[in-house]
Design a protein around this ligand. Structure first.
Ligand code: PMP
Length: 364
């Protein structure tokens, strides 16, 4: 079996160093003689870990004191429901900026709980973030929701929108901790952990305190940020192991130089691939506008803008034979998608880049 290079969109590659730590700690967690997997969530051991993980989140993102750092079950989509349930009661309406499949799904979920205003015209071809001057914001909205990185379509925000005082809520599932973020510009930041910061099953939620205490009465307690905050994210048995892995990944990010180092690496890795696409005379084709191209997920077609499926199949087969795996585009868009999250190294991306060059040379 060749060495494996994992470009999957999520659950995605974890840093090798983190695996080593997990292996070492698996059956004897910090000298307790037992695994964290069989430790009580009410124990001192877990409470210490719970605090440590919150603290590393605060350090990395420089989270202001008036924000709570919470761990919620049910991943990213759990928060698609939690956001309206916790925030929409103020005016009964919310703004959604739909720039890809994930924000579309978030908007659909929110419609169950109130009125959703679509800020940009609906489309079935997501190729960029429309200029903010064209947005139709509702001043009466309880919040404005964006997805800062669309994992399927490869559309990433390169700016923080001005929402004229209406709380900005951001799904950062697929670009969390990949660059510095001014948290004070957001009401809520949330994301599932399984791309840049850990494994599936847990959402990291950072919420400004003045947005608590307004959940709808029907909000399930388990999705209620206020109750979660009051219970220090131990409202029920939390996804402890996923929270532990998140902590170890975030500590690894810190050791590697923090978010500036992650941002620099992301820029290098993604431009390596985009430059090959651009230099291929249309053989490779990236549909997303240059100013919205994701540094995390790079979708592209081969052959023409429509995609030559025979060539794409051959590309994927050849890639797999070399150990370059999970490069198939999402089934809704087809083609190829290379995900270059924090844990994917420059050397791994160079390997893919070389394969793309060779494939182009063979078929041009
Ligand atoms: N938002 C984004 C941007 C995502 O990429 C995903 C998962 N791919 C989700 C939300 C949903 O996350 P989960 O599968 O943890 O519910």
């Amino acid at each position: 079996m060749p060495k494996i290079y994992n470009f999957g969109a999520g659950p995605a590659k974890l840093p090798e160093e983190v695996y080593e730590i997990i292996r070492n700690e698996l059956t004897d967690y910090e000298g307790t003689g037992i695994s964290l997997l069989e430790t009580s969530h009410r124990s001192q051991t877990y409470m210490k870990l719970n605090t440590e993980v919150q603290e590393v989140v605060r350090r990395l993102l420089n989270v202001p004191a008036n924000y709570k750092v919470l761990f919620l079950p049910a991943g990213g989509q759990g928060e698609f429901a939690a956001v309206p349930l916790n925030l929409m009661s103020r005016t009964g309406t919310a703004d959604y900026v739909v720039t890809g499949a994930w924000s579309e799904k978030a908007a659909k979920e929110a419609k169950k709980y109130g009125k959703v205003n679509l800020v940009v015209p609906p489309t079935n071809r997501y190729t960029g973030v429309p200029d903010q001057s064209t947005w139709n914001l509702d001043p009466n909205a309880s919040y404005v929701h964006i997805c800062t990185n669309e994992t399927i379509h490869g559309v990433e925000f390169n700016f923080i929108p001005d929402t004229k005082g209406v709380p900005l809520v951001a799904d950062m599932s697929s670009n969390f901790m990949s660059r510095k973020v001014d948290v004070s510009k957001f009401g809520v930041i949330y994301g599932g952990a399984q791309k840049n910061i850990g494994t599936s099953g847990v959402a990291l939620v950072i919420v400004r305190e003045d947005l608590l205490n307004q959940a709808m009465p029907i909000c399930p307690s388990i999705l209620d940020w206020t109750q979660t905050a009051k219970n220090d994210s131990i409202l029920n048995t939390p996804p402890m192991f996923a929270i532990y892995i998140m902590g170890r990944v975030l500590q690894w990010i810190e050791r590697k130089g923090g978010l500036d180092a992650m941002a620099e690496a992301a820029e290098k890795k993604s431009s390596l691939i985009y430059n090959i696409i651009e230099g291929s005379n249309g053989f490779y084709y990236a549909p997303v506008a240059k100013n919205s191209r994701s540094r995390m997920n790079i979708p592209f077609r081969i052959g023409s803008s429509g995609g030559n499926e025979t060539l794409e199949k051959e590309f994927l087969k050849g890639a797999e034979a070399m150990g370059l795996i999970q490069l198939k585009g999402h089934r809704s868009v087809g083609g190829i998608r290379a995900s270059t999250y924090n844990a994917v190294t420059l050397e791994e991306v160079q390997k893919l880049a070389q394969y793309m060059k060779d494939f182009y040379a063979k078929h041009k």
